[in-house]
Ligand binder design. Structure first.
Ligand SMILES: Nc1nc2c(ncn2[C@@H]2O[C@H](COP(=O)(O)OP(=O)(O)OP(=O)(O)O)[C@@H](O)[C@H]2O)c(=O)[nH]1
Ligand SMILES: [Mg+2]
Length: 372
């Protein structure tokens, strides 16, 4: 028997492992006809806490095995972390399947960006990846769900819902199937494969555990901090206009950058979860500031021990940025350039994806406002 919240096997013997429920509680709920959730999902649902349990970590193998059950997958990505969730390893795993690309969390993008602009931008970012369809949705607000439903109805068969952790797979399944799958802001909530019938249809969706890519800042954090870094209703947007070339901007303790320019001082905005804290300083002072405030004033991380500053191996990359371009830091946020050019020398833990891309938030529309 599987837990209907996370899809893991129910067991009565080991509270430290996934799927545990005390036998007495199980019997009581069974006799009352109540829903039988594992202890972890019960507490996530009622107390908003996701307890750490030992899990069978080989989610990639679980997903690969489940792929044999379907012809078509719904590959869910997060528009607020496109580089972090449109992951090359996931693309590789899905290479032999028909793909419907689901671009979720569009409610977090500023309203000034139209659906058409988002779609064009997504298609550009996907490069040679050519899914059968692309749907822009908000699983939470319900945008785009009806069109997706119609499109699934027009195809026959069942669909596997796949993607990186925390992109909103279970939220989507809940919306399409009116199911009670556990949804939390903790990445790694779903632990097994869950089969759910699509509302008023004979087709099924399989919800799957998220794939932890290891290339996102969020992947380096403990679960509580990952939760704090998951934006649910808005992203923070802050404008910077460094006066001196050589200024340093710290975005939390796990990302800092030196900004260099020749003529006009640059203007850029940083989009990130509101739990990410910023600090502007000089090259002379930033190291001592980082040491002193890492995991305290400078979040993420949310604690100075997770991960310890001394344990981090850094990678440094330089980019020249022009007006209209963006620099994304996977699992953290992005910089949108309003006035350039300037050079950013960015430092993040090694293995984290940092990429220059065309702007999603079009700066030309606001040009006059910033040129004054
Ligand atoms: N703003 C916004 N938040 C969303 C949306 N969809 C999901 N979320 C939030 O994102 C977080 C993760 O959602 P889940 O549905 O549990 O994500 P998942 O992909 O199933 O996660 P795992 O099972 O851990 O892989 C939760 O805090 C959701 O509320 C959306 O459309 N908009
Ligand atoms: Mg899930």
């Amino acid at each position: 028997m599987k837990c209907p919240g996370c899809g893991t096997q129910i067991q009565f013997t080991d509270p430290s492992k996934s799927g545990y429920i005390p036998y007495s509680v199980y019997e009581k709920r069974l006799s009352n006809g109540d829903e039988i959730l594992c202890q972890r999902c019960f507490r996530a649902k009622h107390y908003g806490k996701l307890e750490p349990v030992e899990v069978n970590d080989n989610f990639v193998e679980q997903v690969k095995k489940a792929l044999s059950r379907v012809k078509t997958v719904l590959w869910v990505v997060d528009i607020t972390d496109f580089e972090g969730s449109f992951d090359p390893d996931i693309s590789q795993i899905l290479r032999d399947h028909d793909k419907i690309m689901i671009v979720n969390k569009i409610d977090l993008i500023p309203k000034a960006v139209s659906l058409g602009e988002m779609r064009d931008w997504i298609l550009k970012q996907m490069g040679s990846e050519t899914p059968d369809e692309v749907h822009l949705i908000s699983a939470i607000k319900g945008f785009g769900i009806r069109l997706l439903q119609e499109s699934l109805e027009a195809r026959s068969g069942n669909f596997l819902v796949v993607g990186a952790t925390n992109v909103g797979k279970s939220s989507l399944v809940s919306k399409l199937c009116m199911s009670k799958t556990t949804v939390t802001a903790f990445p790694g909530t779903t632990l097994g494969i869950l089969k759910r019938r699509i509302q008023s249809s004979n087709s099924y969706l399989y919800d799957t555990p998220g794939i932890k890519t290891g290339r996102r800042i969020i992947d380096l954090l403990d679960p509580q901090c990952q939760k704090e870094l998951t934006p649910t209703d808005h992203l923070s947007r802050k404008t910077f206009k460094p006066k001196r070339s050589g200024s340093v901007l710290l975005i939390g303790g796990l990302c800092h950058m030196v900004i260099e320019f020749e003529e006009k001082s640059p203007i850029f905005q940083v989009f990130a979860p509101s739990a990410a804290k910023f600090h502007e300083t000089s090259q002379l002072k930033y190291k001592s500031f980082l040491r002193k405030h890492y995991g305290k004033l400078l979040t993420p991380p949310c604690e100075s021990s997770q991960p310890p500053l001394e344990s981090i191996k850094w990678q440094k990359v330089s980019f020249e940025l022009q007006q209209g371009e963006e620099l994304s830091i996977a699992g953290l946020g992005w910089i949108s350039v309003r006035r350039g050019p300037f050079v950013v020398e960015i430092c993040v833990p090694s293995g984290i994806t940092v990429r220059k891309r065309a702007g999603l938030i079009n700066p030309y529309r606001d040009k006059r406002r910033y040129e004054k």
